[in-house]
Design a protein around this ligand. Structure first.
Ligand SMILES: O=C(O)C(=O)Cc1ccccc1
Length: 273
């Protein structure tokens, strides 16, 4: 098992993967979400880990949108509590700060904090750990990185602002994906479905879940590319009392496009060492 993750050691994806990693599996660092999906499809990686949902900001569309039309499946999930900190080369006053480097997802989670610092320029970087490395290697003492503890410490930086998330309980959910479905059924399933553009189409779809005794866990609508103001739906359900095969067959009758991301078991928490 060779699992690809975004960034370099210390990134949130790598931290989640280090906690998740099954015995004997290896980690491969990759520069972008697109490359991770491409390397999974080509067979270069057997699995990838992607951040997919955040407790503060909801579905992470920049990853989920990459999966809609691919034959990839969710085999497991992991939850990582995330504290974003500001890291610089040395102790400094926040008023001296000119640039903050980070992954866009970390900026989304800390939006409120930066309202008080309108002069600080936020610069997108490949991942939070690479942003920390960039600040460590730069000559500029007015630069900082927005990143987690491991990224800051691994790059020898100094914390200048601690836990600046907009919400206190900030947790990110990760999916572990493969091109092979789990052989055994898990308790959860996840779908992406496009319906005919007709009155009642979504209602018909939701009725199917009801008829198959599925507890709906989440529903997110996303614009369909090149079809302005038309939407597809990501739907997550509990399938404990459901015949998944029968459910999928019925869903197909009411959808113009349908992908089932297999089924998987819910996160049970970190095992104690
Ligand atoms: O940039 C990282 O460290 C990542 O792994 C992406 C990310 C950023 C913020 C929250 C979760 C994942």
């Amino acid at each position: 098992m060779n699992i690809g993750y975004l960034g370099i050691p210390g990134s949130y994806s790598e931290t989640a993967l280090t906690e998740y990693l099954p015995a004997g599996a290896s980690k491969t660092n990759v520069e972008s979400f697109d490359s991770l999906v491409a390397m999974l499809k080509s067979g270069e990686l057997s699995h990838i880990i992607l951040p997919v949902e955040n407790s503060t900001t909801g579905m992470i569309t920049r990853t989920m949108d990459l999966l809609k039309y691919e034959n990839v499946y969710i085999v497991d999930e992991w939850y990582l509590p995330i504290e974003n900190h500001l890291w610089a080369k040395s102790k400094m006053d926040l008023s001296e700060l000119t640039h903050v480097y980070s992954h866009p997802e970390a900026f989304t989670q800390t939006e409120d904090y930066f309202k008080d610092y309108p002069n600080i320029k936020r610069v997108s970087y490949t991942d939070t750990a690479n942003a920390a490395r960039h600040v460590a290697e730069s000559d500029q003492t007015t630069y900082a990185a927005l990143a987690g503890d491991r990224a800051g410490r691994l790059n020898g930086l100094v914390k200048i602002a601690s836990d600046i998330n907009s919400e206190q309980a900030n947790t990110t959910r990760f999916f572990i994906l493969s091109t092979k479905k789990n052989e055994e059924l898990g308790a959860l399933s996840y779908f992406y479905i496009e319906t005919p553009h007709k009155p009642g189409a979504l209602l018909k779809l939701l009725n199917i879940f009801d008829e198959h005794k599925c507890n709906l866990l989440s529903l997110n609508s996303r614009p369909i590319q090149n079809k302005p103001f038309r939407y597809g739906f990501f739907i997550e359900v509990d399938i404990l009392d459901t015949n998944l095969g029968a459910l999928i067959n019925t869903l197909k009758t009411e959808s113009t496009y349908h992908h089932t991301f297999g089924s998987f078991n819910p996160f049970r928490g970190k095992e104690s060492p």
